[in-house]
Each structure stands twice: as C-alpha cells, then as structure tokens.
Ligand binder design. Sequence first.
Ligand SMILES: NC(=O)C1=CN([C@@H]2O[C@H](COP(=O)(O)OP(=O)(O)OC[C@H]3O[C@@H](n4cnc5c(N)ncnc54)[C@H](OP(=O)(O)O)[C@@H]3O)[C@@H](O)[C@H]2O)[C@@H](O)CC1
Ligand SMILES: Nc1ncnc2c1ncn2[C@@H]1O[C@H](COP(=O)(O)OP(=O)(O)O)[C@@H](O)[C@H]1O
Ligand SMILES: [K+]
Length: 506
Amino acid sequence: MYFVTAQEMYDTDQFAIERIGVEGKLLMENAGRAVADQIELFVSDQKRLAVLIGKGNNGGDGFVIARTLLQRGYDVEVIVCASPSEIKGDAAYHRDVFRNSGFTFTRYEDVENLGHSLKEKDVLIDALLGIGVKGAIRSPYNQLISFVNQFEGEVISVDLPSGLPADEGVKVDQAVQADRTVVIQYPKVSAFLEHTAAYYGRWEVVDIGLPSTVIQSQQSQKRVWAEQDVSNTLPIRDAFSHKGKHGKGLVIGGAVAMPGSIAMTSRAALRAGAGLLTVATVQETITALASTVVEATYTTLPSEGGYISDIGSVDFSYDAIAIGMGMGRHSEAERMIQVALEKTQGALLIDADGLYALKGNLSSLKARQNPTILTPHPGEMATLLDVSIPELLHQPFAYSKAFAEEFQVYVVLKGAFTIITTPQGHQWVTVTGNPGMAKGGSGDVLAGILLAMVMQSQTVEEALCNGTWIHGYTADLLVQHQHSTYDLLASDLIEGLAQTYRALLR
Ligand SMILES: NC(=O)C1=CN([C@@H]2O[C@H](COP(=O)(O)OP(=O)(O)OC[C@H]3O[C@@H](n4cnc5c(N)ncnc54)[C@H](OP(=O)(O)O)[C@@H]3O)[C@@H](O)[C@H]2O)[C@@H](O)CC1
Ligand SMILES: Nc1ncnc2c1ncn2[C@@H]1O[C@H](COP(=O)(O)OP(=O)(O)O)[C@@H](O)[C@H]1O
Ligand SMILES: [K+]
C-alpha cells in the first residue's frame, strides 16, 4: 500500500481529473460515500451524530458523508464552520446537493452555542481541515479543535485529524485527537511518525476508486509492507534444497563482557532460516556460546582488553556477513569496519557498535560492489548524520532517503515504525511490533533475522522488509498469547519465530 505526502495526494487527484477524466466532484462523492460506508460499520444508527464542516474540500467530504448518513436514517446535525462565500468549487457543489436534497445545516457562531448543540451527541465527525492545512491554526479552527478535544463522545476524523500536517518536518501546532480516522485512498506520511501517529487513533483506509496506475504514474516511492507482501515474496523452500542453498552466513562481534548479543544474533539467524552459520569472536565468548548455539561453527579472533583486536584472519567469502553486535566501542573497531567494508564479498550488514565505528569510514561505502545494510536505531542514525534524535525523528523519511542515496546503502531505521530505504530511495515502512520489544537485545535478534533473510532467494529489499515485518509480527503474536509487553524478552522472539513461520507457510 502506498502512502503519500500532501503534494503527492494533490498530484494524484489532479492526474485522475485531468488525464483519466474523473471529475473532482465525483472523487468527492466517492470519498464521502466510502467514509460513510465505513462509519456505518462501527457506529450504530441509534447514535446521535454531528458533522463539523470546514471551508475546504475536507468540508466538502463532510457534506457528502452527512447526506449519505441522513439518507440511511442516521440522526445527523450538520454544523458549517465557515461563511458560505468561503466555500468554493467541489465543496460548494456538494453543499448545494446537500441542501437541494432537502437537508439543512446550522452555522457555527461560537463555542458556547456549539457546546449547547453537541451536548446530546454521541459521535462527532471532524471534517474541518484536511491535507490543505498550513502554518499555525487560525480562528475559528483553533477554538474548534480545542473544543473537539474536550468532547466526551467518539471523535471520527475524515482523512486526517484536523490541524495535523500530512507531511513530516512540519511542526504540529494544534490538532484534533481522533478516536478513529477514516483515511481517504492513501495514508499520509504523518500516520507513520512517532510524534503524529497517535493523533489518528485507530485508522483505516477507504478506496475512492482511483486506478492503481494513477499512483504509479506519480512515481511515489513510499509504501507499507504488509502481510500480503510477505506472503507474496517469502521464498518457498525447494524440496531438494540443501544447507548451502539456504546461505552461509558469518556473524562478527561480541566481547568478553558481552557474549549475549552475538548469541542472540546467531540463534536468530539460524531460527530465521540460515543454512550454515559461523561466529567469529573472542575465545571467552566462544566458550560461553558453544553450549547455547550448538548449530554454529566458530572462528577465534585475537583479542585485547576483552575486545576483538583484529579481523584480518577472517574468511570474507560468505554469502552475507553481519558485524558489530556486542563488539564494543574501542579504538580498533573503526579499522575493523574498514577491513569488513573492503573485503566482504557478499552482503554486509552493520549493526550496533559497528555503526559507531562506521562514522569515520563513510566514504568507503560507495566503493562497495555488493549490498551494504545499516540497521541503526534512532540514536545510532542521529550519530551517523550528526543531527539530534528529535531532529531525525521529525523527518525520518527524508533523512533516511538522503543518507541511503548519498552512500548507496540500505538503511533499516528501527523504531515503532521501521523505515527501510534502498540505495535508489525506495522506502517501505513496517508497522508490526509493540513496546514489548523496547528491551535490550531486540535489535540483535533483528540483525540475525535480516542476515538469514538476505541469504534466501529474494531481493535485498524484500529480505529486509520481510525480516523486519516478521520480527515485529512475532512480538505481536507473543504478547497476544504467551507473554505481555512487560515480560517479553528478546530471546522469546527467537523461539517465537516458529509460530510466525508456521502461520505464514500455512
Ligand atoms: N479533488 C480533491 O482534491 C479531493 C479532495 N478530498 C478531500 O479534500 C481535502 C483537501 O482539501 P483542501 O485542499 O481544500 O484542504 P482542506 O484542508 O480541506 O482546507 C484547506 C483550507 O483550510 C484553510 N486553512 C489551511 N491552513 C489553515 C490554518 N492553519 N488555519 C486556518 N485555516 C487554514 C485554508 O484557508 P486559506 O488559507 O486558503 O484561507 C484552506 O482554504 C482532503 O484532505 C480530502 O479530505 C477528497 O474529497 C478527494 C477528492
Ligand atoms: N515500541 C515499539 N514498537 C515496535 N517495535 C519496537 C518498539 N520498540 C522497539 N522496537 C523494535 O525493537 C528493536 C530494538 O532495536 P535496538 O534499539 O537496536 O535494540 P538493542 O540494541 O537493545 O538490541 C527494533 O527492531 C525496533 O524496531
Ligand atoms: K479532518
């Protein structure tokens, strides 16, 4: 499923109108009807509703929604929060259709009167502002938004919560806190940002009948990776396959004081499907791991002060290598990352401490012939970019894209919404996962899953999306059944992969 900026949505509508010949009025009719159909699914016709209508096309949708629900027998009061002369174009057309159908509306005067009208209502439909919102919220919308946020019944926003910007990198001034949002045709970027997503409440998308060629013609490059995408791309294992076909992977990392992270990466890689796995680490860590990750083979690396001191002796001809987990931040790490970048013949995944060590080696990234995958959490990404974490999270799509394109790498920016960006600038978001994963070790598990995935027969892009989706989905299954968001451990995710794969392969 695509998701869009406000401009991409306008371009899409414009293309449909000008090149396909669907009139704007018809798009608005379709939008309003689709939203009304959705509302009908979760609001009983015994409830008392009010629709708040703003001056733009979001308000135009509001007229269609109100007319449709009134025709279907709902009790709906319509309050227009703009002067008649302000309503123009398609919205004015639908205001007239509403009136000509024999329905009436009241005009918003002040909050006091509005409070009076809404006292008896159960549901408020917010069609005040849509994707056209710009800058600080002006009167009367600022009072209206505060008012809506004090309403005790259910608030359902149309397209997006009024006042909320559709795009990233825009300051939120004031916005409706919706219980639900019925999104028109494509989710907007703000549905996937940490500081704006919660305004939407629960949301669902309704189709207004734009053919998929319309969005493709806009070359929009941001999509949600969903279960259907996993089902379509997760390779089916050949009955005659052998371990070599499922990938030979290498994990480099660990230190005397940190055996756990590399243990989790390795076990996760094996559970996620790696055919053969080797772990290269310091002797003490091998001793600690040998009885817990019995399926792996081991390579002892020289150490100093409890850390790996050199990786020159490593065989770099593996299908894929993951480096950095539990490696520690020390002076030799930077040189080791340099060696890995130069010598790794297959895909190279750099995680955790490896990402800090990468900072001084960024210029070597472009010279690599094979895929390089970086899996930062926001702190690591902010360090790589030399920006603060809040600044990064204010526009994570833009920062990830600029970085991936400049250094020709795949970036997996982890978080409640994980953003996967390819060197070509295509972006995917996965929305699986829950706060149970916000615990040390979840990232190590992801590194292992991704290592295994890039060695299966799928593109790197698919592998990263599938791995990230599976990681989060496993946590979701676990907190629905055996665990909770409090007790879930990263190692539970590894054992939980069984349930996920069984569900996917069924
Ligand atoms: N054919 C289509 O295009 C379709 C569109 N569709 C629907 O249209 C919606 C987009 O419509 P839109 O472009 O009219 O924007 P929308 O947000 O309703 O109103 C903008 C108005 O608000 C005002 N305003 C802005 N910022 C403000 C502020 N800070 N404080 C106060 N006022 C502010 C601004 O006023 P101005 O600054 O011009 O005075 C402007 O007039 C979209 O979300 C979807 O619901 C669907 O029906 C499908 C077909
Ligand atoms: N609230 C959350 N919702 C969904 N996923 C989350 C949440 N918190 C963390 N995660 C996931 O857990 C993992 C944490 O990775 P990371 O921060 O590197 O952990 P660590 O370094 O402790 O292993 C990431 O994949 C991230 O997407
Ligand atoms: K709205």
